[in-house]
Design a protein around this ligand. Structure first.
Ligand SMILES: NC(=O)c1ccc[n+]([C@@H]2O[C@H](COP(=O)([O-])OP(=O)(O)OC[C@H]3O[C@@H](n4cnc5c(N)ncnc54)[C@H](OP(=O)(O)O)[C@@H]3O)[C@@H](O)[C@H]2O)c1
Length: 430
């Protein structure tokens, strides 16, 4: 008996997935049971890189999720609507779902998984984080015997590509972004990538799996890379760091169940395993007890890589559809989270900070900065005048681990000093 797929979307990932499934020799033999039964697109006239019978293609996506013949719906259209609505309809119709859509899962996961559990169907999302890197299923299964305390990822290829080129070429953010758009590594509207939203969607999903609870996406703090300048990259380099956009989910202390979940550009020591992840590649470092550290590395996007992840979900489902329909959901494949994880307010977290000040060239400015930080309980690792920009002195401060609230209060006071011209950068240090 064949397993009938209804695929929504035949763009980059949809095309890659159809190509992989059509070319199934030498892959897992269960894939031979898969039948590409319906494929939903926006335009029937568009030239395609795959050959499918005309009768398979349709622009009526609702007809696919409502078709009683379809066993598995594969959502690859992206965006929030109509993706959310189609996923929910598929679930209500008793169909398993595979999706690569991190935006919809991170925002509407609660609604989607509650509905899926009620209907006794699976929603699989291996491709939603890290493209081709298998990380969702390992977090659900092999790693879940550990007490995980930290997940740190470079999980947005576009920003990693931009930062890597800024680092190696000494180019500015704007120049590299424009070139990345020309080369197809950045979207025409790069907001979701460069402002960190895409990484925030993905770390919400990873945190949920690593810490066994739901994550309110709105509580995830998020800063992008627009403020990272080539000057900061040079200073960071001199101090022994590279700048990466990190997505971090961690327990605020070993005994606490409260989490810190955030995305921000970060100075990463050159010796850290994530420091050498360059270009469009992604990596996710998972730390827990008793395992220690394990790092997943690979292509975070692209037709073939993402198709590999989508098809692995299809394979997992094919292995189960066909077996007893009445069987309870496999807890290693489904989602059993009921409660929300508590996320600590940003001001209560500790972090190390790197800050660059432009000041008037007056005596005693460094002393005033040091005093203000000290009065707010912010202990400094280093404070150095690095040079001049036009007639302004440039001072770089690196703190020890300090309370974010204390640090921000000190900055508030420092901003009001007459000698302070501006604070062009404020970055965190891993
Ligand atoms: N691209 C990657 O490398 C990658 C990696 C990981 C995850 N993802 C995720 O995978 C999903 C798909 O991404 P993609 O890059 O493949 O997108 P894409 O190239 O833009 O393709 C989207 C497809 O969906 C169809 N579509 C969109 N809206 C539709 C609507 N309202 N009705 C009918 N069809 C509609 C389009 O039809 P037409 O072809 O007729 O226009 C197109 O075939 C997204 O959630 C994305 O975040 C992508």
């Amino acid at each position: 008996m064949g397993i009938k797929l209804g695929i929504l979307g035949l763009g980059t990932v949809g095309t890659g997935t159809v190509q992989l499934l059509q070319d199934n020799i030498g892959r897992h033999s269960l894939l031979q049971l898969v039948e590409i039964y319906r494929v939903g697109v926006k335009s029937l006239d568009k030239p395609r890189d795959v050959t499918l019978p005309q009768s398979v293609l349709t622009t009526d996506l609702e007809s696919i999720v409502n078709d009683p013949e379809v066993d598995i719906v594969v959502e690859l259209i992206g965006g929030l609507e109509p993706a959310r609505e189609l996923i929910l309809k598929a679930i209500q119709n008793g169909k398993h779902v595979v999706t690569a859509n991190k935006a919809v899962i991170s925002r509407f996961g609660t609604e989607i998984f509650t509905s899926a559990n009620r209907q006794g169907v699976y929603v699989m999302l291996e491709a939603a984080v890290g493209g081709g890197i298998p990380v969702i299923q390992p977090l659900k299964q092999s790693l879940s015997v550990n007490r995980i305390h930290t997940v740190t990822g470079i999980i947005n290829g576009t920003t990693n590509y931009i930062l890597t080129r800024m680092q190696t070429e000494g180019s500015s953010f704007d120049a590299v972004l424009a070139d990345a758009q020309k080369l197809g590594y950045a979207e025409a509207d790069p907001t979701a990538d460069v402002d960190g939203w895409d990484a925030a969607d993905k770390i919400s999903i990873l945190a949920s799996l690593a810490f066994g609870g739901r994550i309110n996406r709105e509580e995830v703090s998020c800063e992008g890379i627009r403020q990272v300048s080539k000057t900061d990259i040079t200073y960071a380099n001199n101090l022994g760091f590279v700048i990466k956009l990190l997505a971090i989910a961690k327990k605020v202390s070993p005994t606490s169940s409260t989490l810190s979940v955030r995305v921000h550009p970060t100075l990463v020591p050159k010796t850290h395993p994530l420091a050498s992840i360059n270009g469009v590649y992604n990596a996710i470092l998972v730390e827990g007890e008793p395992l220690g550290q394990v790092m997943f590395f690979g292509p975070g996007a692209g037709a073939g890589a993402t198709a590999s992840a989508v098809s692995s979900d299809i394979l997992n489902l094919v292995a189960r559809v066909g077996s007893s329909e009445a069987a309870p959901l496999d807890p290693l494949l489904g989602c059993s989270h009921q409660d929300y994880c508590q996320i600590a307010p940003q001001n209560e977290l500790t972090a190390r900070f790197y800050t660059r000040f432009l000041t008037l060239d007056q005596p005693g400015v460094i002393g005033k900065l040091g005093t203000s930080f000290g009065q707010h309980g912010v202990s400094l690792e280093s404070i150095v005048q690095t040079g001049f920009q036009d007639k302004l002195a440039e001072i770089v401060v690196v703190t020890h681990d300090v309370l974010e609230g204390d640090f921000k209060q000190a900055l508030e006071e420092i901003r009001s000093f007459e000698a302070i011209h501006s604070i062009p950068s404020l970055l965190r240090v891993l």
